[in-house]
Design a protein around this ligand. Structure first.
Ligand code: FAD
Length: 363
């Protein structure tokens, strides 16, 4: 009977990070289970450059030192000379994390259950096979929950004729005015003629691809782009609720990634946080680390409650952005803002609805 040093459940970004960051320099034998064909997965993960992401600079696809938050009438441009917005593709992250000294066995199987068995764990897969490991890193998470807000999106990587995009400035949020719906476009211009154009919604239900496509086409027409070649697409659903599992009482079970609380629910940013989580786990004796600070979590919760109960059209986001400079904004988005920045944010928010949410009981 073979007993692996660790079993990773799910080879998304966090499972991959465990292989690289925790075991990459060791000789251990690790087993990973993945339900889907990860070789078919690719998408871009955006984040602002922080100290903990600096080791991954060589695999960053592109950096932008300027970004926009806007609607058709107001435009806020931020710049940062040393904390740019960056993207890493899933494919590059996967290749980086699979290039290690340790021996990783990947099983394309669904894990049904695992339980403690003598000094280790017995893992059962859908085909009723049994595997054994000393530690479990579990990244399975719920993406949807009835009555809760979701961030859902569909994007198209396009190539156009001519010099159309400003490759030095990305559009973080271009709010369109929809009836009772918060919708924005996210544009990553990789070059003057290549960009990811994504339609994003905050709502309780996910839409069909044709809905987002219509919004993408509307936006492109607004920019006088009528012809383009579609290179690839990406889509996703990110929970805007705390999709975190309780930390296990068994010290050898680690909940990681979104399951371990890495996501910042009000923004859907999780990638750089889940890397931070695994880095923190490396230096911790515990099976749980707090990726987000108490005050940040509290502000996030209030903001989500506000979004859930009010028809927000993007003006609060624009107001927040206009009250901060680029470095303050990125520090807030990356959970590193100081008290003064937090106060500026609170000051920029619509007072009455926020005070109401603050005193409302949790659902
Ligand atoms: C298209 C897309 C774009 C995103 N863009 C950004 C971004 O720009 N910036 C950012 O910060 N965040 C972004 N996110 C959010 C977040 O970073 C991702 O959701 C990220 O994939 C979370 O990683 P994870 O490892 O926690 O979970 P997942 O990526 O969901 O990985 C879990 C893995 O477990 C597998 N699995 C599930 N159940 C089982 C089972 N029973 N047995 C075996 N395997 C199983 C799944 O197939 C999956 O591969 C994006 C998400 C998506 C979907």
């Amino acid at each position: 009977m073979k007993i692996y040093k660790a079993a990773i459940i799910g080879l998304g970004p966090s499972g991959l990070a465990v292989n690289k960051i925790l075991y990459g320099d060791s000789d251990y034998e690790i087993i990973a289970f993945e339900n889907e064909d990860v070789n078919k997965r690719d998408n871009y993960f955006g984040f602002w450059l922080t100290d903990w992401m600096k080791p991954f600079e060589p695999i960053i696809e592109k950096k932008w030192y300027k970004w926009n938050i806007e609607d058709n009438n107001i435009n806020v441009t931020h710049t940062s000379s040393d904390k740019p917005y960056c993207v890493i593709s899933f494919r590059k992250w996967k290749n980086h994390c699979l290039e290690t000294k340790n021996k990783l066995k990947i099983k394309n199987k669904k894990v049904i259950e695992y339980f403690s068995f003598q000094n280790y764990f017995k893992i059962i897969t859908a085909d009723k096979s049994e595997y054994y490991a000393e530690k479990i890193y579990d990244s399975r998470s719920i993406k949807e929950k009835k009555g809760e807000l979701l961030q859902h999106f569909f994007g198209v990587n396009i190539t156009v004729e001519g010099h159309i995009f400003d490759k030095n400035k990305l559009t973080l949020m271009h709010f369109t005015q929809e009836k009772n719906l918060l919708h924005f476009m996210y544009i990553l211009p990789f070059s003057h003629n290549k960009a990811l154009v994504e339609s994003t919604v905050f709502s309780k239900e996910v839409f069909t691809n044709s809905w987002y496509r219509e919004k993408i086409n509307d936006y492109l027409s607004l920019k006088n782009i009528s012809e383009f070649k579609e290179d690839s697409t990406e889509k996703g659903v990110i929970p805007m609720f705390v999709a975190e599992e309780k930390n296990s009482s068994n010290p050898n079970i680690y909940n990681i990634g979104i399951r371990g609380g890495a996501c910042k629910p009000s923004t859907g940013y999780a990638f750089s946080f889940l890397i931070k989580q695994i880095q923190l786990l490396k230096n911790s004796k515990k099976n749980y680390v707090n990726v987000h600070k108490f005050l940040e979590k509290k502000m996030d919760k209030i903001f989500i409650k506000f979004l859930k109960n009010n028809n927000e059209n993007g003006r609060s986001f624009i107001k927040l952005a206009s009250s901060l400079n680029g470095n303050e904004f990125q520090s807030f988005m990356m959970g590193e803002s100081n008290l003064l920045t937090k106060l500026k944010i609170v000051k920029s928010m619509p007072k009455l609805p926020f005070i109401k949410e603050l005193f409302k009981k949790d659902d």
